[in-house]
Design a binder for this molecule. Structure first.
Ligand code: C5P
Length: 231
């Protein structure tokens, strides 16, 4: 089977509020639960692992108990860095002997069942696959406020999640990044760790609707999108 891993153990306080953004409520539920429901509805997924902070694990466990999800859920305590939380997630998933794991941002609740299934299918074929969007703006490399060069936009894609990999491949990539002491500032996504091994990672075209809720403006937009969905 295939397993979703959702790292949600960060403090995520860039909003400046008291509550990490993955626990903010939209349409009556925490953003993280909305995100989990997308995976719960995807027939390609057989289980969900969520990495949480020690403070959050008990209260969010109660939320999950009452959520009526179809899939088995394992909650694990996250690590110091995002990549440590992924490793804890991979360890917890091992009991399910997953073929492919799909790592997904806790704050991207608009991913579709079809997108999840497409990324997993591609990862089964290739080893790794991520959802990404072609760049629409022209991209400049800049140093000290001055343009150094213009990058060929046709080759530029913006990485989103899910990012899916054969289990063993992501495990090895995560281990090797750890052994190399790769800085957390550089390891912002999991594809990067797999790319470092020289393993191929395919692109599946995503959508602008797969919004990452990062700013207060995103939160307002997300509320509107949920209202529209519920029509
Ligand atoms: O802080 P940043 O945006 O890089 O975090 C990305 C994701 O990784 C968030 O969902 C956050 O909760 C999660 N994370 C984690 N464990 C950490 C740090 C971040 O699960 N130690």
């Amino acid at each position: 089977m295939n397993v979703a891993i959702i790292p949600a153990a960060g403090s995520g306080l860039r909003f400046g509020g008291e509550v990490p953004k993955q626990f903010l409520m939209i349409a009556g539920e925490p953003i993280l639960l909305h995100t989990m429901r997308r995976f719960d509805r995807c027939p390609a997924i057989g289980g969900i692992v969520v990495a949480l902070s020690e403070e959050a694990i008990e209260s969010f466990g109660r939320v999950i108990d009452g959520a009526g999800l179809r899939l088995p859920v394992r909650l694990v305590i996250g690590g110091r860095e995002r990549s440590d939380s992924i490793r804890h997630g991979l360890e917890a998933a091992r009991a399910w002997a997953p073929e492919v794991v799909a790592v997904h941002d806790a704050v991207r609740p608009f991913v579709t069942v079809e997108q999840i299934a497409a990324v997993i299918e591609r990862a089964r074929e290739v080893g790794g696959a991520i959802l990404a969007l072609p760049a629409t703006d022209t991209i400049k490399e800049v140093d000290s406020g001055m343009i150094v060069r213009t990058i060929d936009r046709r080759r530029i894609w913006r990485a989103q999640t899910p990012q899916a990999f054969r289990y063993d491949l992501l495990w090895r990539a995560n281990e090797e990044a750890r052994a190399a002491g790769l800085s957390s500032a550089l390891t912002t996504d999991d594809a990067l760790l797999v790319e470092r091994l020289g393993a191929p990672v395919a692109i599946v075209e995503g959508s602008v609707h797969n919004l990452k809720i990062t700013t207060p403006e995103d939160l307002l937009l997300a509320e509107r999108l949920f209202e529209r969905e519920r029509g």
